[in-house]
Ligand binder design. Structure first.
Ligand code: SAM
Length: 218
């Protein structure tokens, strides 16, 4: 999706993807990320996700990347945090405690800017991207993460004929096809999720699976 699409979603508060609670798959499978206290976790396309606060509560350092300034500002103001702000290359950097958000385009990010993070949490990033952007995204992720890095990926499977994305249906087979060359892919959990995704139900979905995978960089 283009930047204009997301800017419009944020400007009109059309952010049904934002969750009021930390994600249950993150809470259940966080330990699979093997993050020792003080180690960094990278959160691509982070929005204003409360998952970042939850990760910091587990003593992880968090680097989120998000190009919409409203989302970044809302993350800090809604959580009563007063970030310090500076610039890092093409990114505006906002920091408070163990959380830093880089406001800019994910595809301009390099390894140095995520400070050697060996853990990554993708909820709402891969599934936010249309098919023609996914290969670029997964190649970029592979370039950013050193061997042995672990990614907790949350994805959806549904009948794409029933509605358009985002979020797109990216079933396990597609995850394996996209990421299998650079990552070992392990399915952690798969759940029927239609009843907890009212917005998608209203868009006409008759079934929806949400699943969590652990990806280990080869
Ligand atoms: C579906 S939302 C998910 C947000 C968050 N992960 C969550 O779970 O609430 C996708 C987010 O990615 C941001 N985004 C999309 N493309 C981006 C890019 N190339 N660089 C940085 N942010 C991007 C959008 O503005 C949007 O906030």
């Amino acid at each position: 999706m283009k930047k204009k699409f997301w800017n419009n979603r944020w400007a009109t508060n059309d952010i049904g993807f934002h969750m009021a609670e930390p994600h249950s798959i993150l809470r259940r499978f966080y330990e699979q990320l093997n993050i020792a206290p003080g180690q960094r976790v990278f959160v691509p396309l982070c929005g204003k996700s409360l998952d970042m606060l939850w990760l910091a509560s587990k003593k992880a350092k968090v680097t989120g990347v998000e190009f919409n300034a409203l989302a970044v500002e809302a993350f800090f103001s809604e959580n009563d945090l007063q970030p310090q702000q500076d610039e890092m290359n093409s990114f505006a950097r906002f920091r408070s405690g163990d959380i830093e958000l880089l406001c800019g385009d994910l595809f301009e990010l390099d390894q140095a800017q995520i400070q050697g993070a060996r853990a990554c949490y993708d909820r709402g990033a891969l599934v936010a991207l249309p098919p023609d952007m996914r290969q670029r995204y997964v190649s970029h992720l592979a370039n950013l993460l050193p061997a042995g890095s672990r990614v907790l990926l949350i994805s959806y499977e549904y009948d794409q004929a029933e509605t358009h994305g985002p979020p797109f249906s990216v079933p396990l087979k597609s995850v394996e096809k996209l990421l299998g060359a650079n990552f070992e892919v392990r399915l952690l959990t798969e759940e029927d999720a239609l009843s907890t995704h009212k917005g998608l139900q209203q868009r006409g979905l008759t079934w929806l699976k949400e699943f969590g995978c652990l990806l280990i960089r080869k």
